[in-house]
Design a protein around this ligand. Structure first.
Ligand SMILES: [Zn+2]
Length: 390
């Protein structure tokens, strides 16, 4: 198990390592900030009083995609594509009040019951082994968190690195990065098309495998990193590499509101929020609570939702008729349709569910490059065969 920040090694080092305030000192001494080593502002966490998600006017598809991701993280994340000022970031931050409960490891080392199921009792720390033997739970119920990747994040912030404070004291220790903190949470990456390549690759690799390993000097650590990725991009500011685009499950094109009445209502709500955010939040608190309950209910129903064979076959026929190669298309289509059925309180996916989800799951997946490439390959093969026949 990793020893990235064991509590015992902090005492006695504080006074010399530049603690900024008495409050910070007291928090570190009392152990409160040990598990969340970096202060919250380092993650650019969402603001304390976000604009209520349900107060957003229009933008049905964006709202649906984000809620389905809360219900079923296996959808593979959401990419919001659109110009500035269309409410992408506001919508994502508004999710703060809708985040469902999640079971997390109660142990400092992240031990989980499934570690014992797969690796035996030695796969967890001695404390957790004892707990397990007593029949106590190794997890606790928490809420999913929304973690934002700061625009100026460095690779070291993202994956973690040497803990400088520990290094001063000749203790080599690794510090958890944003990707480790994102475990079982939502990770929001604004302007994903503007990120440095190494950072995008690190995020996508972690998102795909649910874990990642950091090696620095002689030490290494592997962290769990199972998160739902939400990206946003403004196509006016640059393209997204096709292989990155492929990694996002649902794709939503967010346009400005077209209906003048909707635009006016959006103006009124924004104005009211800017004047008195608490009043706007209070006005939507009841529907927000209802939505929160619904999301939690859908999430617990999800494991029971089945995809009948005939519906799955229709989905695959659709994907193939669109000449989409990537298998991620089906995964997203089916998982999103299951979440959609669960959100409707049903345990069987219907053709209608697929139809509702298909545009979000399948658009922007066809690769012109690949179809041209395959065509030219076929021509070349024919030429080669032609040479043989001569
Ligand atoms: Zn443990």
């Amino acid at each position: 198990m990793n020893d990235q920040n064991s509590p015992s090694s902090v005492d006695g080092e504080l006074v010399s390592t530049g603690v900024r305030s008495l409050r910070e000192l007291i928090e570190i001494v009392s152990g409160r900030s040990l598990k969340e080593q970096m202060p919250a502002e380092d993650f650019g966490l969402a603001e304390a009083l976000p604009f209520p998600f349900l107060a957003l006017v229009g933008q049905y598809e964006m709202k649906l995609a984000l809620l389905l991701t809360l219900i079923n993280p296996a959808i593979g994340g959401v990419l919001l594509i659109g110009p500035r000022g269309t409410g992408k970031t506001t919508a994502v931050r508004g999710l703060l009040d809708l985040l469902p409960p999640v079971e997390r490891s109660a142990c400092f080392y992240g031990c989980l019951p499934e570690d014992i199921e797969s690796g035996g009792i030695d796969a967890v720390c001695p404390d957790c082994a004892q707990k397990y033997a007593r029949g106590d739970s190794l997890t606790r119920t928490d809420r999913v968190k929304l973690i934002e990747l700061p625009l100026n994040a460095l690779l070291e912030d993202v994956v973690g690195g040497i803990d400088e404070r520990a290094a001063i004291h000749e203790r080599m220790r690794l510090k958890r990065g944003i990707l480790a903190h994102a475990d079982l949470n939502l990770l929001y990456v604004d302007e994903v098309n503007m990120l440095e390549r190494s950072i995008t690759d690190a995020i996508l690799d972690a998102a795909a495998s649910g874990r990642y390993t950091v090696r620095r000097a002689s030490i290494s650590a592997t962290y769990r990193s199972r998160f739902a990725l939400i990206g946003s991009m403004n196509p006016e500011e640059g393209d997204l590499r096709p292989q990155i685009m492929d990694r996002f499950g649902l794709r939503v094109v967010v346009e400005g509101l077209l209906d003048p009445a909707q635009r006016l209502e959006a103006y009124h709500r924004t104005h009211a929020y800017l004047t008195n955010p608490r009043q706007t939040i209070a006005a939507f608190s009841e529907v927000t609570q209802t939505a929160l309950d619904e999301i939690a209910a859908a999430k617990s129903l999800l494991p029971k939702v089945i995809l009948p064979d005939e519906v799955a076959q229709a989905g695959i026929r659709l994907v193939q008729s669109l000449k989409i190669d990537t298998l991620r298309a089906e995964v997203t289509l089916f998982e999103a349709a299951r979440a959609f059925a669960a959100a409707d309180g049903r345990t069987t996916v219907t053709l209608d569910d697929l139809q509702q989800i298909a545009p979000m799951a399948l658009r922007l997946r066809r690769s012109d490059f690949m179809s041209k490439f395959i065509e030219s390959l076929a021509r070349e093969d024919e030429a080669i065969r032609g040479q043989f026949n001569q």
